[in-house]
Each structure stands twice: as C-alpha cells, then as structure tokens.
Write a protein that binds this ligand. Sequence first.
Ligand code: ADP
Ligand code: TRP
Length: 320
Amino acid sequence: MRLLSGIQPSGKLHLGNYFGMMKPAIELQDKGDAFLFIANYHALTSVTDPDQLRQDTLDVALDFLACGLDPERSVLYRQSDVPQVVELSWLLSTVTPMGLLERCHSYKDKIAKGIAASHALFAYPVLMAADILFCHSTHVPVGRDQKQHVEVTRDIAIKFNNQYGEVFTIPEPVIRDDVAVVPGIDGQKMSKSYNNHLEMFGDEKELRARVMRIVTDSKALEDPKEPESCNVLALYSLFATDEQKEEMAANYRNGGYGYGTAKKALFELVQDFFAPFRKKREELADDLSYVESVLRAGADKAGAEADKTLRIARKAVGID
Ligand code: ADP
Ligand code: TRP
C-alpha cells in the first residue's frame, strides 16, 4: 500500500484540514509508505503574493512535522521541487475529455466564489492526477470535497492505460466517514474561504473568541436542547472521549446547561489537544535548516520516482 496526499499552502491550516486530511494521512503512515506534499503549484490558482506563498509553504511543512509526520518513514516534499509532475500533467491532459473537467464541482464552486476562471483552475484536476499517479500511489486520503478529483484521476489513468498500455496504478480515495465534513463556526463546511474556521495553531484569544461565536439555536439556559443538531457538540465530538460526548449530550437533554458552558469546554479541549503539537512546532521553527533538509530529502525521493514513471510514460506515447 502506498498512500499519497497533498495540501495547498493557501492559508493557515484549520480543524477541517486536520481531521479531514492531515490526521488520517499521518495515521496511515503506520500502514504503508506515505508521500505527503505541499501543493504550491496548485496554490498559485488562488495565491498571488509570492512572500505569502513562501510563508504558507513553510508553515504547512511545520504543521505536518509538528503533528507527527515522521520523515524517517514518510516522504514530505514541496510539489514544485518535483517539476516532473507538470510534464506528466501535459501527457495526461491529452487523454482528458473536456467534459470530465467541466463536471468538477470544485471548479464551479471556485468560480461562483469569484476566483478568476483561469486555465490553471480548470486544469487543476489534471495536475492533481499527475501528483497522484507519478508514484503509483494506491490510497489517497482526502476530505469528501476532494473525492471527485480522485475519481477524475482514476478515469484519466484508465484512459491512458487503455490507450498506451499499463503505465499507471489506479488509486482509491480514502474518506474518513466519521469526520467527513468538519463544520465551521456557522455550521457550514469549515473552510478558510468562508472565514468560519478554527485555526490549528492560531492565537489563543482569537480561538476563544471564535469558539464563543459558534452559531447555536436561541434556547434559554434552562431549556432542554437537541444534541444531534448542535455545532458545538459536533466539534467537541472530534476531540472528546465517548464519555465526555455522552455527558455533554445528557446535559443538553436535561436542560439547565448553556451553550456558553459547552463552548468553554470545547475551547479547553482544543487547546489541550494541540498543546504538545504547538510545542513541537515552536522547536521546529527554531531549526529551519532541519526542516529544509527534510524537504530536500523528500524531493530527492519523490523526484527519483517521478523520473522513473515519466521515462515509462514518455516511452509509451512515443517521445522518448
Ligand atoms: P479550505 O476549504 O479551507 O480551502 P482545502 O480545500 O485547502 O481547505 O482543503 C485541504 C484538505 O483538507 C483537503 O483534503 C480537504 O478535503 C480537507 N478539508 C478541508 N476542509 C475540510 C472540512 N471542513 N472537513 C473535512 N475535510 C476538510
Ligand atoms: N486539491 C487538493 C486540495 O485542495 C490538494 C492536492 C493537490 C491533492 N494534489 C493532490 C490532494 C493530490 C491529494 C492528492 O486540498
């Protein structure tokens, strides 16, 4: 089993990124070799400030290492350090039907949000296919919103293989059903672009203020409340033990338990959960040459795989 996943350096990471992608990816490193990368070519579809992109790229590397990515077992690299994926994406694009890309929700959603409809935004899933296929990954852990892109990758790989012979391994998405969509403070999907997110390593005061703003219904303190539909409990459940979850749900049902108290409990659990990661992150930030050496070693390993696959794919299409 070879797993691969990537994340765009397009802002500070939040709880949705952590539970939807980072945590499952880090856990899977126990089960097989893992390739994890920082998708800075992809981020160029929305980030236009070069300094911002550099800073966010480094931040994602720190986040991954702080949260338990083990560079002895896993390969961590910057996408742009393996530029072979861009050539591979061209080869793949020649077998990619327009209709396949036109159907992608993510493209339509981004246009609807006002991002300019560039060629890169439209071709985004083809580069993603190259990211996934160059190292013959078998499993791709992502949040539910990225599932369609992994399906597109499968379609492209199958088409290429049908046309040119068995060059690529067909990968599978790995979606964690229990945390498929982490809600934001307004109850919609947590996303930095909706500004409803809770940062993993943000400022404590800011986190507290945002937790206190989580949207709930307007039931009074003494009223019984519905655990099933509460955003605070949904977020709390990501961190809590089964007993803690049950206790909060029972408190809600009984009444006399306010949302403010629940929010405080959530804030404390989030802080406690990330405290050891935060400490590790501070240590890493003081040793950036170590972080750079990890990224260089990752790029060397990923680059060697990419060279191998590209040689085969070039030969298959007749440009060797
Ligand atoms: P954002 O929506 O904040 O821009 P990205 O689209 O960059 O986040 O997502 C990076 C990774 O984190 C992807 O694998 C995505 O599926 C996952 N992810 C993002 N938000 C959530 C969420 N609310 N719940 C679960 N997974 C998420
Ligand atoms: N598109 C993914 C996102 O926005 C990031 C990404 C790029 C990715 N290439 C990938 C994820 C390959 C998994 C595999 O989150």
